[in-house]
Design a protein around this ligand. Structure first.
Ligand SMILES: *Cc1c(COP(=O)(O)O)cnc(C)c1O
Length: 473
């Protein structure tokens, strides 16, 4: 009998039971190496701090890497000094204005600086919010209240308010209409026009219109509605038909881009009908998520009935928010960026991102597979592109292939009606996507196309298995 034929010697050593391993994990390992993480009930007893941290850290490794998330508009990098400041102030509840008066003062400074950046004609007011969504809810509520007051003063009915905006807006505008009982009048896009202008808006405006919302930097292609044109038409309507319809600009992304890249382009309070503007501090304001801003043209644009005065902890405080308690960190981080960067710094960052976006445009064009979407127009620092005709695969396939080959998260999506047949891919060129990475990304996009071409397309079953991604906001 050769050695290899010999039966295993002796009885197999019994595998230790889970209980036996458990008795040792205190010394060598930890409980959740052999047990799933608690996910239904609060565990009866806890675990060490180290173990709790490890448990969570191990799991979130499965999340994408923020630097490779080219879908998001939201900040994924701040300077270490800013991070320190954020860490130091996590314990401060921003709403306790009386206890933390300097944080409240710093919020006011940010509001004044933004009002100045947006060319407010004089002293005005505004609010710190959780993001543009809360800012839009508050801004649109102000439009509704103001409209109702005008109607009541004129003895007219107030039952059927409507709001006019394009199909290119963020979902939050429809959300506002549903939550706060306003009829949405949505101007559809066109097969080859992905923003709206005055001729689109006018037919929808009437005496029940609480306002028109226009976007500066859409989430779909990064372009702006014709805000100037819409403003001018609304001014004409005021003189011709006595309809004074306010304009709100959704500058969630564009509010921090246009002032630096296109300072002569008028979209803000330089235009007569623009009464309020929202901007996300956590997008091109370059702060980590949870900060947005609402800025009014004049103090009077904020209806007094929406401000709550309360006697809290012994002092009278005025609030105009949907949320109450929240951290002060991001307000302070916004102010940090304002004083750290100033106008010159923001201009540098925006110009650097635009340059990189143009370089990426060149890379993408050089593959010979794609068409760029409006890269020669005023646009956010991003590249929106689609496949030229005649490919056996589509944009969703390219996105999936890029993710599989290199882990890039580049979204593919279809446009809103009536351009829903148009499929687009989009890369946000944020500060973390430098020249080397742009070159790599260009190569990887070309490589993904080659792989797909060699396969002759993608099997429907493979498409079905894919995890759905959203467009990323
Ligand atoms: C991101 C975005 C929003 C929503 O803003 P949040 O800050 O994420 O709440 C609204 N409108 C536009 C145009 C956006 O890009």
């Amino acid at each position: 009998m050769s050695t290899s034929e010999r039966p295993p010697s002796g009885p197999a050593r019994a595998e230790p039971t889970r209980r036996q391993l458990e008795s040792r994990h205190g010394v060598y390992g930890r409980r959740y190496l052999i047990e799933p993480a608690p996910d239904h009930k609060l565990p009866e007893s806890g675990m060490s701090a180290e173990e709790a941290k490890g448990l969570i850290e191990e799991e979130i490794v499965l999340d994408g890497l923020p630097q490779r998330n080219l879908a998001t508009f939201v900040t994924t990098w701040m300077e270490p000094e800013a991070e320190e400041l954020i860490g130091q102030t996590l314990r401060v509840n921003f709403i306790d204005h009386a206890e933390y008066p300097q944080s409240a003062e710093i919020e006011q400074r940010c509001i004044r600086m933004l009002a100045d950046l947006f060319h407010a004609p004089g002293e005005t007011t505004g609010a710190r919010t959780q993001g543009s969504s809360e800012a839009i809810m508050l801004g649109a509520l102000s439009l509704k209240w103001k409209w109702r007051a005008r109607r009541e003063a004129a003895g007219k009915p107030v039952e059927r308010p409507n709001l006019v905006f394009g199909g290119d807006v963020h979902v939050v505008w429809e959300k506002f209409c549903r939550y706060f009982d306003v009829e949405p009048r949505i101007v559809p896009l066109q097969p080859d026009k992905y923003t709206i202008g005055p001729e689109d808006v006018e037919p929808h405006v009437d005496e029940n219109t609480i306002g028109v919302a226009a976007v500066l930097g859409t989430t779909f292609t990064g372009h702006a509605d014709d805000i100037r044109g819409i403003n001018d038409r609304l001014v004409e309507l005021k003189h011709e038909r006595g309809l004074d319809v306010p304009l709100h600009v959704d500058g969630a992304s564009g509010g921090f881009v246009w002032p630096f890249l296109y300072p002569d382009s008028e979209w803000d309070f330089r235009l007569e009908q623009v009464r309020s503007i929202n901007v996300s501090g956590h997008k091109f304001g370059l702060v980590y998520p949870g900060i947005g801003w609402l800025i009014f043209r004049e103090k009077d644009d904020l209806p007094e009935e929406l401000v709550f005065y309360e006697n809290y902890l012994g002092k009278t405080d005025a609030t105009f928010t949907l949320n109450f308690s929240t951290g002060a960190s991001m307000v302070l981080a916004q102010y940090y960026n304002f004083v750290r960067l100033g106008r010159g710094g923001y201009r540098y960052v925006m110009e650097m991102m635009r340059l990189n976006a143009h370089n990426l445009c060149r890379e993408i064009t050089a593959t010979g597979e794609f068409e760029l979407i409006g890269s020669d127009e005023e646009q956010l620092p991003l590249v929106a592109f689609k496949l030229s005709d005649g490919h056996p695969y589509d944009e969703f396939d390219v996105a999936a292939q890029l993710a599989a080959e290199r882990g890039w998260m580049v979204p593919a999506y279809t446009l809103p009606p009536n351009a829903e047949h148009v499929k687009i891919m989009r890369v946000l060129v944020r500060g973390t996507l430098g020249a080397t990475m742009i070159g790599k990304l260009g190569e990887d996009i070309a490589e993904a196309c080659k792989t797909l071409a060699a396969k002759g397309g993608v099997h429907p079953a493979e498409r079905k298995r894919r995890v759905k991604t959203n467009t990323g906001f």
